[in-house]
Design a protein around this ligand. Sequence first.
Ligand code: NAD
Length: 429
Amino acid sequence: MGAQGSFNPFEMARVQFDKVADLLDLDSGTRELLRSPLREYHFSIPVRMSDGNTKVFQGFRIQHNDARGPCKGGIRFHPQETVDTVRALSMWMTWKTAVVDIPLGGAKGGVICDPHSLTPQEQEAICRGYVDQIAKNIGPAIDIPAPDIMTNAQHMIWMLDEYEKILGSRFPGMITGKPVGLGGSLGRTQATGYGLVYTIREALRQLDIRPAGTRASVQGFGNVAQYAIELLERIGGKVVCVSCWDQQDSASYSFRKADGVVLDELRSITDRFGGIEKDKAKELGYEVLSGAAWLEQDVDILIPAALENQITGENVAKISTQVKVIAEGANGPTTPEADKVIHERGIFLVPDFLANAGGVTCSYFEQVQCNMNYFWEMDEVLGKLDLKMTSAFIAVSDLARKKKLYMRDAAYIIAIDRVAMACHQRGWV
Ligand code: NAD
C-alpha cells in the first residue's frame, strides 16, 4: 500500500476502528488514544552518494501502541511512501499482534527511496543513517523493526550492526528477519504461508469439511502463496489455479491445471519476484488465462495472496457459489463493498490480520530465541506457530459464533478489546 492517490489508508484504518469502538462501547478517552499513534519520529537521513553528492532521504518510525509490549513492525523502502500509510500500517500491526495474543504492540517505519536506483553501498548508508537517527527510541524492550516492502535480511543486518556499534554491545533481539545463523529463526520463510493454512484447516473443521479433496485457487505465487500451497497439498488439498504478475507484459495471468498444479514444477519456472514464465508453463500443460480468472474458479477455497484491493464491488459476483472459504493472505485484498457481499453470501472469511499473522508470530519467536541466545529446531518453531494460530482462530470463531458476528468484526473486537484493556490496566485511560 504505497502510492494511494486520493485513497487515504489512515482514514480507512480509523473508520474500521471507529466501527469497532462503537460495538465495544469504548469510552472517549480510550478512543482518542487508540485513534492516533502514541509516538511519531520523522527525520532526515543524509547520504553521501556514489557520485560524491549528498542526498537527504526522509525517514519515519511510527509507534502506534505499546500497552501490551514493545512495538513491532517492518521498515519499508518505497518511493511513494507517505506518513499516513505508515500510520495506518502501525495501527494494523497493533491489532495483528493483539489478535494472535503475542506480547507486542504495533509500529511501522519507512524511508522515501527507491532501492532499484540505489547502489548496495547507498542502501547500507540509508540503513545505518536510519538507525543513527532512531537508536534511542528502538530496541528489544522498546520497538523491534523487521523487513517489509523492498527491505530484506541484509538491510536488517546493517541496521543491527549500526545499533550494536552505538550501544557497544550485542542485542540480536533488537531486529527480526535476520538470516538463519546470524540470529534468524528457522521457519520464518514458511511462517506466513503455513500460518494461513493452519487457519484454513480450522475453518474447514468448523464447516465440517475434510481438507482431503478440497480444491483451491490462489492469487499470487510469491512467498506467502508458495508456502500456503505447499502445506495445503500436504493436508490433502489441491490447488488448481494460481495467478501472478508478468513484468515483461505489465499484466497478470492465471495458470490452471484441473488435476492440480505441481508446486516444484511451477517453482522451477518462477523468477525471484514470483513471476511464472508463460511459455514454459504452456509446455508443461498449464492453461494460461487472464489475470482475473483465479477468482472465477469452481473451488472450495479462495486465497488472495498478492496485493490489496483485489476483490472488489465489480468482481465479487464472479466468485463461484461453490466457494466456502476465503482466506486473506495479502493485506487488505477485499474492498469494503466486496466484503459486504461476501458476508451476505455467508462465505467463511478468515480476515487478513488473523490469516497472515504467522509471519509476525514467527518474528516474535525469533526475538525470543535471540533474547535467550538459544535457537529452536524447525519442528519446535512450526509446532508453536500452529498452536498460536489455531488458538487465535478459535478465539475469533468462537466469538463470531456466539454473537453471530462476521469473522472480520469478531477479530477486530478481540484485538481492540485486548489493547483497550491493557491501556486501562496500566491506568492510561
Ligand atoms: P511476494 O513479493 O513474494 O509475491 C507477490 C506475488 O504477487 C508475486 O507472485 C507477484 O507476481 C504477484 N502479483 C503481483 N501483482 C499481481 C497481480 N496484479 N495479479 C496477480 N498476482 C500479482 O510477496 P509476499 O511476501 O508473498 O506477500 C504477498 C502479500 O502478503 C502482500 O500483500 C504482503 O503485504 C502480505 N504479507 C506478507 C507477509 C510475509 O511474511 N511475506 C506477511 C504478512 C502479509
